[in-house]
Design a protein around this ligand. Structure first.
Ligand SMILES: Nc1ncnc2c1ncn2[C@@H]1O[C@H](COP(=O)(O)OP(=O)(O)OP(=O)(O)O)[C@@H](O)[C@H]1O
Length: 376
């Protein structure tokens, strides 16, 4: 499964010219500041806005191709959409909303897959209610169910959680994780929230002022310190893949293994899977020349400095790879050895006399590590 997008559109005060390919299933985060063109792009894929030029393709299914005059209507695109404002029919029951698109769809989902989706979304008790009697989180679950039951080739989620409070977001996120891990369809997920990107996404497309700025794996993109200034929202950090080694419920901590190092994080209470994805913000990482003792921080990782970016401002971004062996820097480039980023003041950097290839220690408080379970 793949999505290929290469489109242009002139909207008088705004020019969109974006190009990206999403090569495999999984969640691709479409990330960018307000007004950068994310919703316009989603609307183009959905068939709600017509590009001036270019093409949009899902696998070998061409949705739009200017040069050949192809512009499929919305109902022929096999695209499922969930918007921030859910757009449920207020006069229809949850059941009728759910099956609205599916009834007229010639590509119906098999009965058992429909059941699996309804089970997963846990909406049996809501079936006869009207949307005005649902909570925000319940409405979004129904909107998600309606999109999935239409058996789409691609799912477009345009800030589906942004109108929800923290508790309701936590209610929906596991459903999105289920989708990511169990449905083999590409999902394009528009969000402003970097913690959602770190938790859910496999790939990232970063868009600014109507242009694609960068695309790549979420591990690479979140570590790109050069993208940090993007509207002040792109809070650079590190996403690491780790494995749960053991847990201590009494001490309320979990012990993980990542790149040959042990990491301690707050207790992860959902041990369904032993894989975990960690998000560590660059500003939460300290650097020490010698291993500190008698310190509350639980994670003191021997690392080697690979890069120091010295940009205007009072901070520097230091990239370090795990390990202090002679060829650590080389291994980080060639064998995917984990890297970690720290943002420290220039003053600290010069005090520590930091330079590339230097052996130092990355110090991370457990509580600043955001750990999320993942099946893969
Ligand atoms: N129909 C239109 N006519 C003219 N300008 C438009 C039209 N639709 C969108 N725009 C402009 O295009 C730009 C991009 O808007 P868009 O809604 O795609 O951004 P966004 O990245 O989704 O923003 P947000 O995160 O705030 O939702 C904005 O400057 C907007 O005013």
């Amino acid at each position: 499964m793949s999505i290929g997008v290469n489109v242009e559109r002139n909207l008088k005060t705004f020019q969109l010219s974006a190009e990206f390919n999403i090569p495999e299933p999984g969640i691709t985060a479409l990330f960018g500041p307000s007004g950068s063109g994310k919703t316009t792009l989603v609307n183009m894929i959905a068939g709600l806005v017509r590009p001036d030029r270019g093409h949009i393709q899902i696998n070998d299914h061409v949705l739009f191709e200017h040069s050949r005059g192809i512009n499929l209507p919305v109902r022929k695109r096999r695209v499922g959409c969930v918007f921030q404002d859910n757009r449920l029919f207020p006069h229809k029951s949850v059941r009728d909303n759910l099956f609205y698109g599916a009834r007229r769809n010639p590509h119906k989902l098999p009965q058992d897959e429909q059941q699996a989706i309804l089970e997963m979304l846990d909406i049996w008790d809501l079936m006869d209610r009207r949307p005005n009697l649902l909570s925000g989180g319940e409405k979004q679950r129904v909107a998600l169910g309606r999109a999935l039951l239409s058996n789409p080739d691609v799912l477009l989620l345009d800030e589906p959680l942004s109108a929800l409070d923290h508790a309701r977001k936590q209610e929906i996120l596991p459903y999105l994780e289920w989708l990511r891990d169990h449905r083999k369809i590409p999902i394009l997920y528009v969000t402003h929230a970097i913690d959602e990107v770190a938790r859910l996404a496999d790939h990232m497309v970063i868009i600014d002022q109507g242009k694609t700025l960068a695309t790549g794996s979420v591990f690479d993109m979140l570590g790109r310190t050069d993208l940090a200034p993007l509207a002040g929202r792109f809070d650079a950090g590190t996403v690491l893949a780790a494995r749960i080694v053991s847990r201590d419920p009494k001490a309320e901590v979990s012990f993980l293994e990542c790149g040959g190092q042990r990491l301690v994080v707050p207790y992860l209470g959902r041990p369904k899977s032993n894989r975990v994805r960690l998000h560590i913000r660059a500003r939460d990482v300290m650097i020490a020349r010698t291993p500190p003792h008698d310190i509350s921080a639980n994670n003191i990782i021997p690392v080697t400095v690979t890069k120091i970016s010295d940009e205007p401002g009072d901070t520097i971004d230091v990239t370090m790879c795990f390990g202090q062996d002679a060829d650590a820097t080389l291994l980080a480039e060639t064998s995917g050895r984990p890297k970690i980023h720290a943002r420290i003041t220039k003053w600290s950097g010069s005090r520590l006399k930091l330079q590339p290839h230097q052996k130092v220690f990355a110090v991370i408080k457990s509580v600043t590590v955001n750990g999320q379970l993942r099946d893969r």
